[in-house]
Design a binder for this molecule. Structure first.
Ligand SMILES: Cc1ncc(C[n+]2csc(CCOP(=O)(O)OP(=O)(O)O)c2C)c(N)n1
Ligand SMILES: [Mg+2]
Length: 283
């Protein structure tokens, strides 16, 4: 049995410190490779801290524990964030992080399900929610109390398969399914191409119990995840407005934060910039 079962008393300083550690791990990874999808990772660090260190039930010593809550990262290219969370949670060794993106590394730039703690293969966008629907249906048929959390992106809302999955989740009344929609305002070449707004109203219209929050506010994330436990006979959606590069002002201000490549010596300056603002302790 895991010892990190959901507690109703969130320790916010501890969670903010975890989020800072996730960002530290990501800077280590991007520095090792010289580049990476760090903008997105820094943007969802607060969400992953709230999930892995407050909301999810899992056993870091047994990632296949059948009763675990599943976290599906639909945007495989956000892998840097998942590697950071799995290392901080003790599933992966912290010492392995600098291999991110290197040939032969388990910490690929897009997720591989052969790496411990990874539920689905990533890379081809628009498939995570459909797999989440299938898993949530299967778990319910098995009588399992486990829940399925699917991270997906604003870019993926331009794909028809996302809306097919949204319709199915509502049809099957999958209240064990929670979509975590990262609206970071960007896709590959800069700003979002198609107008996808109003995002929350679209999910409500598709039959999902929907909340919209600041995705970089840990207290708001914890509260939304807590509200999403309610048995309302519908799947839940949380629309998170996040800032790519959050915590490193130089990356935050980049117009094109989809893929960040900077010279080797500049990573040190970015890390110094981050540390001047970051949480240093958990209390
Ligand atoms: C089906 C599919 N089409 C295109 C791509 C290429 N691609 C990789 S990341 C990306 C950007 C998608 O936008 P979003 O998911 O919002 O990512 P962000 O730029 O915020 O990281 C694209 C188009 C892909 N991986 N899969
Ligand atoms: Mg995006």
């Amino acid at each position: 049995m895991p010892d990190n079962l959901t507690s109703d008393a969130p320790d916010f300083p501890a969670l903010r410190y975890r989020a800072a550690n996730l960002r530290r791990h990501m800077l280590t990874m991007a520095r090792g490779q010289g580049s990476g999808y760090i903008g997105q990772g820094l943007g969802i660090a607060d969400l992953l801290a709230a999930l892995y260190f407050h909301e999810l039930r899992y056993d870091p010593d047994d990632v296949s524990w059948p009763g675990r809550d599943r976290f599906l990262l639909s945007t495989g290219h956000y892998s840097i964030a998942l590697w950071a969370a799995l290392a901080e949670a003790g599933v992966l060794p912290v010492a392995e992080l600098p291999t991110y993106g290197a040939d032969g590394s388990r910490l690929a730039m897009s997720t591989l399900d052969t790496t411990p703690g990874v539920e689905i293969i990533g890379g081809s966008l628009g498939h995570g929610l459909g797999q989440g629907v299938g898993q949530a249906l299967g778990l319910r048929l098995d009588g399992s109390p486990a829940r399925v959390f699917v991270e997906l992106s604003d870019g993926e809302m331009q794909e028809g398969s996302t809306w097919e999955a949204a319709m199915s989740g509502a049809h099957f009344k999958l209240e064990n399914l929670i979509a975590l929609i990262d609206c970071n305002g960007i896709q590959a070449d800069g700003a979002i191409v198609l107008d996808i707004e109003p995002v929350a109203e679209k999910w409500r219209a598709f039959g999902w119990e929907t909340q919209e929050i600041d995705g970089n506010d840990i207290a708001a994330i914890v509260a939304a995840l807590s509200a999403a436990r309610a048995p309302v006979g519908k799947p839940k959606a949380i629309v998170l407005r996040t800032l790519p590069g959050k915590g490193v002002p130089t990356i935050e201000s980049r117009e094109k934060a989809h893929f960040v490549r900077v010279d080797a010596d500049e990573w040190d300056a970015l890390i110094t910039e981050f540390e001047s603002l970051a949480e240093k302790t958990d209390g």
